[in-house]
Design a protein around this ligand. Structure first.
Ligand code: 9MR
Length: 391
């Protein structure tokens, strides 16, 4: 359905003071708290396939942006804290843990019957410098860092024991290129390659029932994908407790190819672990290259020609985005026996990290819900697939 056609087929409905869209196929997109049970929602449409989720931020769950919170609870069956469970948020200083923000996600998830995903325990980014420091300006020793890692995992994973479905135990440990498999991070430099195994063992010890995941971006690239397969196969052979792999899926409109997306899912599933799409979004803005590299430290020079949709997404691009999402969810549905969860990296376009990456201050449109909190054609395209998949 093209956007113009869709606009003609839609009518405005007022719910709770908001004007919302409903398609002529009686798809009523209703966000009000007193929702009619039959109102279509992604979480119901995909209930027999996989969990569907979004990464959320504090304002969306603490009532400051109550409307967004209602949408999240209504539409999604799982949530991930976009930033508030990362090391720097929960453990900013030695011995000082801050759980107020993180706890709010656990409460929100329980209240709305949503599964909570922990993101993340060990990452090279958003980890304070003190973690890697030893005495007298020297780097920490292997023993010191392992102890810090274990204390952190025991405290954080221990706190949410019984409340969390699974943890991204290690995030983004694979290199984007170069001869080695692993990224040259302080974790690896100080502990050695076994820092990953150690983190998973500590996590199992801290919460034996939580699922434990390895999570990374760019796995659709053949080189990185085969390194990921080697890494996870090695872990399984060594008896490391790993339950699943998350392919983050920070995509563009035309890249990666659908064939590579599908191959990634197949190769990961063949390892016998659960496969998850953990951070899905589709960047619609032009780029100078380096597509598929979601390394947050990457920066590009600003240029007005690289911000063409500040006033809104034209209908033809809106349609391309809807088709891209439909193609992706078509693949996910084909592999629903292996895929246990699909999480979007944000609830709405206004929240997306892609407004600031790799160039600050742009207007991106990568998600299913617009910055006005209204569903986009891509939302309806995905919803329709989910509904059609119901037995
Ligand atoms: O979306 C997150 C953004 O708000 C933070 O500023 C950024 C900091 O590193 O992290 C973003 O989320 C990242 C996620 O934690 C790991 N994979 C890549 C995501 C996008 O950078």
């Amino acid at each position: 359905m093209n956007p113009t056609h869709m606009k003609n087929m839609t009518r405005s409905l007022g719910f709770g003071g908001c004007t919302l869209l409903a398609s002529a196929t009686a798809v009523v997109f209703q966000f009000a708290a007193a929702a009619v049970p039959a109102t279509p929602a992604l979480r119901a449409a995909f209930a027999d396939d996989f969990l569907v989720g979004a990464a959320l931020n504090p304002a969306q769950i603490d009532g400051r942006n109550a409307h967004a919170g209602e949408i999240a609870a209504r539409q999604f069956s799982t949530l991930t804290a976009e930033n508030d469970m990362k090391w720097q948020s929960v453990h900013p200083q030695p011995g000082r843990y801050e759980f107020k923000a993180a706890d709010a996600y656990a409460e929100f998830a329980a209240k709305h019957d949503m599964k909570l995903i922990g993101h993340n325990l060990v990452w090279h980014s958003q980890t304070p410098a003190w973690v890697f420091q030893g005495e007298d300006g020297q780097p920490a020793t292997r023993e010191q860092l392992l102890k810090r890692m274990r204390d952190h995992i025991q405290t954080v994973a221990g706190r949410y024991k019984g409340k969390i479905k699974g943890w991204d135990v290690v995030n983004e440990a694979l290199a984007d290129g170069g001869p080695g498999i692993l990224r040259d991070s302080p974790w690896r430099r100080i502990i050695g390659d076994d820092f990953i195994d150690q983190a998973f063992r500590f996590a199992r010890e801290a919460d034996p029932k939580a699922e434990l995941y390895y999570n990374d971006y760019g796995l659709e690239n053949e080189h990185k994908r085969s390194n990921c397969v080697k890494l996870v196969r090695g872990m399984i052979e060594r008896g490391v407790p790993i339950d699943g792999v998350g392919t983050q899926s920070h995509f563009q409109l035309n890249s990666p190819s659908l064939a590579d997306v599908e191959k990634t899912i197949k190769d990961l599933a063949a390892l016998g672990v659960k496969v998850m799409v953990t951070e899905l979004d589709v960047d619609v803005l032009p780029s100078r290259g380096n597509m598929g590299n979601a390394d947050i430290s990457r920066r590009e020079q600003a240029d007005a020609s690289l911000n063409p949709y500040a006033a809104g997404l034209p209908d033809d691009v809106q349609e391309k985005l809807a088709r891209r999402y439909a193609d992706l969810f078509g693949i996910y549905l084909r592999h629903r026996k292996s895929i246990t969860r699909v999480t979007l990296w944000g609830l709405d376009d206004g929240q997306s990290w892609l407004n600031g990456f790799p160039i600050r201050g742009r207007t991106n449109h990568p998600l299913l819900i617009g910055r006005d909190l209204k569903p986009k054609p891509a939302f309806f395209a995905v919803l329709k697939l989910g509904q059609a998949s119901r037995p």
